[in-house]
Design a binder for this molecule. Structure first.
Ligand code: GLC
Length: 475
């Protein structure tokens, strides 16, 4: 080893200083250029405004869908005209007799609020073309039935008064309008019917009607939080509806409105169409991984789900989901960044079916105790645990335990990442600890265990059979 002289010491020192300066300059450059910064892509304008617009929606997580119209009388679901190929004339009986004497939207709104729902979307017009609202552009509306009232206005007022946000479902299809294609359409009740073969339809006229009605809906009812267009198929998509203009108009009339994604655009694209909407709307399915755009960022979404199997009232459909299924579905959605829009189909007399109300009441009771793990929560970005789901809000992690553990509950990989576990429903202490037999080859060093009582190897029945929520501080 060479001997150190004073000169060599000075040279080494100079070298070290120069080295440090270079490192400092390089790291400043890299950090400011963002090369080493966390993958936080700057948000595009469209994305940013969507993020802001949908903030309340993503916090709300749970809403009520209401499918109500003339089809409540035949009581075989809202597609009855299509399925049974009923003519306008045959269906007219229901128009002539529609008289929901028991309609009390304040009662509906109470049911929704007590279920823990934060918003509601009702069918202003469904595919049959019947309007629950008083439109200037048609006679086919509730005010001309024996009901003689604008039933939509009463819905808006009642739900707002109960503190819920309100939205309108509006069908892009219209099986009553003379200018909507009949014979050649793949869905119309008169599809392939020779009597309609030579009918001429002025589709522009229909699209004008659609736009005028949407203008009415977004002008005459105060602040509307959501417009839910349904739906596009084949060529009936996008600009066929003059979708860009429609969306421009909607945003102009209601600058904060949230729009669904059934006008035919692709919201996952890097540059989505202006009409691509604000949230993805999976129907009767929970996207297994949530929903992401092409850049890997999460996209807001809302599962729309029937409580039995039909949207519109169906007297013979008794396949209701249990309260436990609904709670677990809601939790599943939130764990993947989604909302749940749960449907009720009121009867011809105007009542939410008793069975629906019963299920909703129990879901609401669970939410009273456990709502903190749902509202304002989102994905925890952890691997899904075997026993249930995680949701997260800020530094609080919620373990949703759906499956009765035997003995201890393993939080895989969570050692040193969680502390202070408490039952969310009553704040009581549960315990965090080691595997009761100490180190074992089949237990990872990063695993930690939750005990619902002592001693740890005993099995303690979960206090909530729907979903027992453990709240923890997370690092
Ligand atoms: C489908 C059906 C319709 C229902 C809707 C709800 O598009 O056509 O009847 O309103 O789903 O998402």
């Amino acid at each position: 080893m060479a001997e150190k002289t004073p000169q060599s010491c000075v040279a080494t020192l100079r070298g070290q200083v120069a080295y440090r300066v270079i490192i400092l300059l390089l790291s400043t450059f890299f950090l400011s250029s963002g090369l080493f910064a966390q993958q936080t892509r700057p948000l595009s304008e469209a994305y940013r405004t969507r993020e802001e617009r949908t903030k309340w929606f993503r916090d709300a997580r749970f809403g009520m869908f209401i499918h109500w119209g003339l089809y409540a009388i035949p009581a075989r679901g809202e597609w009855v005209r299509n399925q049974e190929r009923l003519t306008v004339e045959a269906y007219q009986t229901y128009f002539n007799e529609f008289n929901p004497t028991k309609y009390d939207p304040r009662q509906w709104a109470r049911v929704a609020r007590q279920a823990g729902m934060k918003y509601a979307v009702m069918t202003a017009k469904h595919h049959d073309g019947f309007c629950l609202f008083d439109s200037k552009f048609t006679d086919y509306k509730a005010t001309n039935t024996p009901a003689k009232r604008d039933l939509l206005r009463e819905f808006v007022e009642a739900f707002r008064a109960e503190g819920l946000r309100v939205g309108f479902y509006y069908s892009l299809l219209d099986w009553h309008h003379p200018d909507y294609p009949h014979y050649s359409d793949s869905i119309h009740p008169m599809r392939g019917n020779p009597a309609f073969k030579d009918r001429v339809h002025n589709f522009d006229n229909y699209v004008g009607y659609l736009h005028s009605q949407v203008r009415e809906l977004l002008t005459n009812y105060g602040k509307i939080d959501i417009i839910w267009f349904d739906f596009s198929y084949g060529e009936m998509s996008g600009e066929k509806w003059r979708a860009s203009d429609l969306v421009r108009m909607a945003r102009e009339l209601q600058p904060e409105i949230i729009i669904d994604n059934r006008l035919g655009g692709k919201m996952e694209k890097r540059d989505p169409e202006i009409y691509a909407g604000d949230f993805e709307g999976p129907e009767q399915v929970i996207p297994p991984r949530g929903v992401f755009d092409e850049d890997g960022s999460r996209v807001p979404w809302e599962l729309c789900l029937t409580l039995n199997n039909q949207w519109g009232y169906a007297a013979n459909d008794s396949a209701y989901k249990s309260p436990a299924t609904v709670v677990r579905t809601l939790v599943n959605c939130v764990s993947k960044g989604g909302n749940l829009l749960l449907n009720v189909g009121p009867t011809a007399l105007g009542e939410i079916p008793d069975k629906s109300t019963e299920v909703l009441r129990e879901v609401g009771a669970w939410l009273v105790r456990n709502g903190d793990s749902i509202y304002g929560c989102g994905p925890a970005d952890l691997t899904k645990p075997q026993w249930g789901f995680y949701t997260r809000k800020g530094s609080t992690l919620f373990a949703h335990v759906l499956e009765q553990p035997i003995g201890q509950l393993c939080l895989e990989g969570m050692r040193d990442r969680v502390s202070s576990p408490r039952l969310l429903s009553d704040g009581s202490e549960v315990f965090l600890g080691d595997f009761w037999l100490g180190e074992r080859s089949f237990i990872a060093k990063t695993d930690v265990f939750v005990n619902f009582g002592k001693p740890p190897q005993h099995t303690f029945l979960l206090p909530d059979p729907f979903d027992t929520v453990v709240a923890m501080k997370a690092r």
